[in-house]
Design a protein around this ligand. Structure first.
Ligand code: 5GP
Length: 175
């Protein structure tokens, strides 16, 4: 993909500001509690690693991995667990950190899995929300940015073929 084919959607500075503000809100919400933060892999790793550095709290990290079968830019809704947590979540305050919610099917599957482990609380934060494409009613407590129905990548999200996760900005393909 040539640089000229990319369109800048959310520059790194704007992401940084949004993530910092979310981190301060979460610090207030969870004050006095010990939180288990669960980045959803692969896409959520960069967002989560920046977010936890803006959270002034006692926290632990666990990982969940999910992938959905489908075409390169559209998920089928059939979700596969690729990595599971290692510590018990029962009676813990769990913060799920996801890169993007599109149809909502991935989040719905993952939230159901976490709830089956009886945490004391479950909160979900996402970096990007494509509200227009939602198929299931899924609980999202905070979305840093609402975005239009475009396929995006960068800042942890991959382009078709699995590349471009290392970009600092969120970009899309020029139409
Ligand atoms: P959902 O299950 O909500 O339809 O899709 C969620 C998953 O699909 C996300 O975790 C992400 O992996 C992928 N996804 C949805 N939209 C995009 C997008 O615009 N760009 C990228 N890179 N992945 C997306």
């Amino acid at each position: 993909m040539e640089a000229g084919e990319l369109e800048l959607l959310i520059p790194a500075g704007e992401i940084e500001r949004g993530v910092r503000e979310l981190g301060s809100r979460l610090t207030k919400i969870y004050r006095g509690k010990q939180v288990v933060v669960i980045p959803l892999l692969k896409g959520g790793f960069m967002f989560a690693s920046d977010l936890i550095r803006c959270m002034d709290l006692d926290l632990q990290i666990e990982f969940l991995g999910a992938a959905s079968y489908g075409e390169q830019t559209r998920s089928s809704g059939e979700v596969r667990l690729t990595l599971d947590t290692t510590m018990p979540l029962k009676d813990r305050d769990v913060l799920l950190v996801e890169d993007i919610v599109d149809t909502g099917l991935t989040l719905a599957y993952i939230q159901k899995l976490i709830r089956s482990r009886e945490p004391a609380s479950l909160r979900t934060v996402v970096l990007l929300d494509k509200t227009a494409r939602r198929k299931v009613d899924v609980e999202v407590d905070e979305a840093v940015f609402d975005i239009p129905d475009r396929f995006v990548f960068g800042y942890g999200l991959d382009s078709p073929g699995g590349f471009h996760r290392n970009l600092s900005d969120i970009v899309t393909i020029r139409e």
